[in-house]
Design a protein around this ligand. Structure first.
Ligand SMILES: O=C(O)/C=C/C(=O)CC(=O)CC(=O)O
Ligand code: CA
Ligand code: MG
Length: 427
């Protein structure tokens, strides 16, 4: 039997008391005094409701030693709270699990506070949870690295030799990270030239999704200092789903020798609810054994992943229901979140609260678990059948849905969804 809340939580909900993911929202039902939209504020998800943490904070209910008098929930983003570190996160989790439990009368029996603080999810708009100063994207699934290498560089040596020694990454573009539900405009750009013609210019003909998750950085490090791999988990607040939309024709032509640029910087979608590592703890599992042994700064005493089943669904224009196109799992990552974070800071580069670290596309070993169209259709050579139509890449009007849900014995720890619809290119 899972934990019980006085708020009704259906058995298939992603958001029971065991989860309590954090987001930033604004109520859609009420406007401010001058008619302007209400200010963004932090909240946690419980069943089909959002608990407004600014109201709980103003009511003085965060009375633990760290949170007492802290303005961290009177902010328009979660940056201040995630920067406070694990002792603060633990204190808030305990306070909220008590306040929302079926047994505690404080909120349960206070009608006016309950009405002020608990809002229906259907009556709020979700916003980006943190101000993202920097966004980095790793490349940590071996299956994805092997498939991309074979497709882009040939089957002889698909995985570059450095890949087994360090978690490869590129610096992404933070300005175009958007919240789930935001439309994505098909980008224009230069594509690969064919033997006799110059580079193609126009709307990408190979628009793709990439099934990823991303870590939200906690306290981070000062410039010039690095984070020890065995302490790295204390710098990861939690995880979201992430779609690293990619234009494969633009990417293939531009990426030599500096890596992805305009083929990926036109939009990256994240899900609104940050599921904490504390909530994911029951789903920890061994990460793949690494051969060769990583260098000492990457050798960790606790080498773990999480068992997070992932799904991608697509709803083409004119269709009522989405269809599933791939199933993978977070536990396919070869380099762990903590190794990624330690590697990122080993040269003294500073990470700041709220930064976003993408895992890289999470492909599994089987064709049904590949994490993007590039792999699923082998760069368009083997089209997929999508509701009777042959598909190589994304088309205008397609809606892409990612979802993830960890199954506990009597409860779920879910991520909700990460969605986006493809709009036609600007003429
Ligand atoms: O192998 C390549 O040249 C390119 C690979 C990617 O597009 C991957 C990327 O963005 C990182 C990832 O998602 O794993
Ligand atoms: Ca990516
Ligand atoms: Mg992107």
């Amino acid at each position: 039997m899972g934990l019980r809340s006085f708020v009704e939580v259906s058995p298939d909900s992603h958001f029971p008391l065991e989860n309590l993911p954090y987001g930033v929202f604004r109520p859609t039902s009420t406007a401010g005094g001058d008619g302007s939209p209400p200010a963004p504020r932090p909240g946690v998800a419980i069943g089909d409701f959002v608990l407004d943490l600014s109201v709980i904070s103003a009511a003085g209910l965060f009375d633990g030693p760290i949170l007492k008098d802290s303005p961290c929930f009177l902010q328009p983003s979660l940056n201040m709270f995630v920067g406070m570190g694990r002792p603060a996160w633990k204190e808030v989790r305990l306070t909220l699990q008590r306040l929302l439990s079926a047994e505690d009368p404080t909120l349960r029996d206070n009608t006016s506070l309950r009405e002020k603080s608990l809002l229906k999810m259907s009556e709020v708009e979700m916003l980006l949870p943190t101000v993202i100063g920097d966004y980095t994207d790793f490349f940590s699934s071996m299956h994805h690295a092997k498939n991309c290498g074979t497709i882009f560089r040939g089957p002889e040596n698909p995985i570059p030799v450095n890949w087994f020694h360090l978690p490869i990454a590129y610096h992404g573009r933070a300005s175009s990270v958007v919240i789930s539900g935001t439309d994505i405009i098909r980008p224009r750009g230069q594509g690969y030239p064919t033997a006799k013609s110059p580079p193609y210019f126009g709307p990408t003909q190979k628009l793709d999704f990439e099934l990823e998750m991303a870590a939200i950085v906690g306290p981070g490090n000062e410039l010039g200092k690095s984070i020890n791999v065995d302490e790295a988990a204390d710098h990861i607040f939690g995880l979201v789903l992430m779609n690293d939309w990619s234009a494969r024709d633009i990417q293939a032509w531009e990426y030599v020798p500096l890596g992805p640029f305009l083929g990926k910087s036109f939009g990256t979608t994240i899900s609104p609810w940050i599921v904490t590592l504390d909530a994911l703890e029951p789903f920890a599992c061994d990460a793949p054994k690494q051969d060769p042994q990583p260098l000492p700064y990457l050798a960790e005493s606790k080498h773990i992943n999480y068992d997070i089943p992932l799904e991608v669904w697509i709803k083409p224009a004119g269709h009522e229901h989405p269809v599933i196109i791939t199933r993978s799992n977070f536990n396919n990552l070869y380099w762990t979140l903590t190794q990624q974070l330690a590697h990122h800071t080993i040269n003294g580069c500073n990470l700041r609260p709220g930064d976003l670290l993408g895992t890289g596309t999470i492909s599994g070993p089987e064709a049904e678990s590949f994490g993007c169209f590039l792999e699923l259709t082998w760069n368009g050579q083997k089209p997929l059948n999508l509701i009777g139509a042959a598909r190589k890449f994304l088309e205008d009007g397609d809606e892409v849905f990612f979802t993830a849900c960890c199954k506990g014995k009597d409860y779920n720890v879910g991520f909700g969804s990460c969605t986006g619809k493809v709009l036609p290119a600007i003429p």
